[in-house]
Design a binder for this molecule. Structure first.
Ligand code: GDP
Ligand code: IMO
Ligand code: MG
Length: 428
């Protein structure tokens, strides 16, 4: 019985959804602890293929699924996702939202989109004004309001008078911002109307989740803490400002779910066998050659939320070591090994060259944009691994490559995923 945080070790889209879906069969509780519907977690199982943005990927296994206090919630996305899941025959009765989670209002999305457009117009004018490439789901603006004490929490829907007071306080500020971008003003009445619809649709799911989490931990049940994105875009440790607005790390897992740090038994880093990144910012191992195209095409690397093509590159061992330190990985799950099957060789970055220096550590964002990767080359295996179900069935060259990943991540390999389906996994 364990409490396990499952976190992205790179820049997101490592296959966390796939890993959670696999592990959830033995989990009692699955908690999303940060982020919002910027996530796109793909699950392929007996019930179909799903891209979940908010509802935890444990929903298919009957686990109790929670959106923790650290998340930001667009209740319209929740409605869409529940409808989609229910149509596929999934039981959604065990899905709950913490009353402390902040609500994403339509103005957050509008402001995110408008700010992206402004950055796009200014991009190139000066360093520091580059386009961010956010998912335009309102994530930056809603966390900004949360931290400026101008947020509205899910539980506020249960208190219409308090909610009206909050809106009267906050909307004049939001309207100033909307006016700055030439966007339509919002009124208290409009937002109260929306809030009433949300309350009717989801009010009974908005609860205090802490007693559920606390009791599950105290009773020794299996908990999974589901991360969104990866440490590469963490608000503190990622490539700020090309980051997200929360902490998708093991630390964030505790603060966002209500699990005390000492109750965390395992931190499972999900590592894609190569690198991808969606959005702006430095990406030292990015490939612009035929190998990049192969990874993109064979790996079908398109964003699950925005459909944007993902930037692709070789595995970055420097950032993996950094991710391991920040998170304290107790194990890793390597995904998408099968995508490398056809390659004649694979490369791993083990250092960053900066002038005549070799860095073995992730520097600040500006410096990271200047470094050249130092690579090790590993022989390819050119064998189809998608049918392998045990470590010993894997070709020796693939095992050697995985061994090196484990060394760089300073953690043992617990799982190797060789396909998107629930069963296509090797347990070590
Ligand atoms: P997440 O955001 O970390 O959950 O990852 P995404 O769902 O955004 O992206 C991972 C993609 O890779 C999805 O399309 C998955 O179905 C797919 N996937 C996950 N693991 C594997 C694997 O081992 N092999 C293959 N071929 N696809 C995988
Ligand atoms: P999952 O959970 C990949 C990226 C965006 C952008 C930056 C900030 O599926 O791994 P935001 O909308 O959060 O303000 O965007 O973060 N980003 C993701 N990239 N996977 C995600 O989620 C992402 N969520 C945000 O592309 O660069
Ligand atoms: Mg994703």
């Amino acid at each position: 019985m364990t409490v396990t945080a499952v976190v992205g070790a790179q820049w997101g889209d490592e296959g966390k959804g796939r890993v959670i879906d696999y592990l959830a069969s033995r989990a009692d509780v699955v908690v999303r602890f940060q982020g919002g519907d910027n996530a796109g977690h793909t699950v392929v199982n007996d019930l179909g293929r799903f891209a979940l943005h908010l509802i935890p990927c444990g929903i298919f296994s009957g686990a109790r699924c929670l959106l923790g206090a650290g998340t930001v919630v667009n209740l319209d996305t929740v409605s869409e996702e529940l409808t989609m899941l229910q149509a596929a025959g999934v039981n959604t009765a065990n899905f709950w939202i913490d009353r402390r989670a902040h609500l994403i209002w339509p103005y957050h999305r509008l402001l995110d989109g408008a700010e992206e457009e402004r950055r796009k117009r200014q991009a190139g004018d000066a360093p520091g004004a580059e386009e961010m490439g956010t998912t335009k789901r309102g994530i930056g603006p809603v966390y900004a309001d949360k931290h400026a004490y101008n947020g509205i929490r899910a539980g506020d829907l249960h208190h219409p008078d308090l909610l009206r007071g909050r809106l009267e306080l906050i909307l004049p500020l939001k309207n100033r911002e909307l006016a700055f971008y030439g966007l339509r003003q919002v009124t208290v009445e409009e937002m109260m109307h929306l809030a009433e619809r949300w309350r009717q649709e989801h009010g009974q799911r908005i609860v205090d989740t802490l007693p559920l989490v606390r009791d599950a931990v105290l009773q020794g049940r299996d908990l999974l803490l589901e991360g969104q994105l990866g440490v590469g875009r963490d608000i503190n440790w990622g490539i700020y400002p090309f980051s997200t607005a929360s902490s998708p790390t093991a630390g964030g897992a505790c603060t966002g779910s209500g699990v005390p740090p000492r109750a965390l038994d395992e931190v499972l880093g999900v590592v894609k066998a190569y690198s991808t990144s969606v959005g702006g910012g430095p990406f030292p191992t990015e490939l612009h050659d035929e190998y990049g195209t192969m990874l993109q095409e064979i790996g079908r690397e398109f964003g699950a939320t925005t459909g944007r093509p993902r930037r692709c590159g070789w595995l970055d061992g420097v950032s993996l070591g950094y991710a391991s330190w920040i998170n304290g990985f107790t194990g890793i799950a390597v995904t998408k090994l099968d995508i490398l099957d056809v390659l004649d060789h694979v490369q791993i970055c083990t250092g960053y060259r900066l002038g005549d220096q070799i860095l073995d550590h992730v520097p600040d964002t500006v410096t990271q944009g200047l470094v050249e990767p130092v690579y090790e080359s590993w022989p390819g295996w050119q064998v189809d691994t998608s049918g392998c179900r045990s470590w010993d069935e894997l070709p020796a060259a693939a095992r050697a490559y995985l061994g090196r990943i484990s060394e760089l991540a300073a953690a043992p390999i617990r799982f190797v995923s060789v396909g998107p389906e629930r069963s296509q996994i090797i347990v070590r």
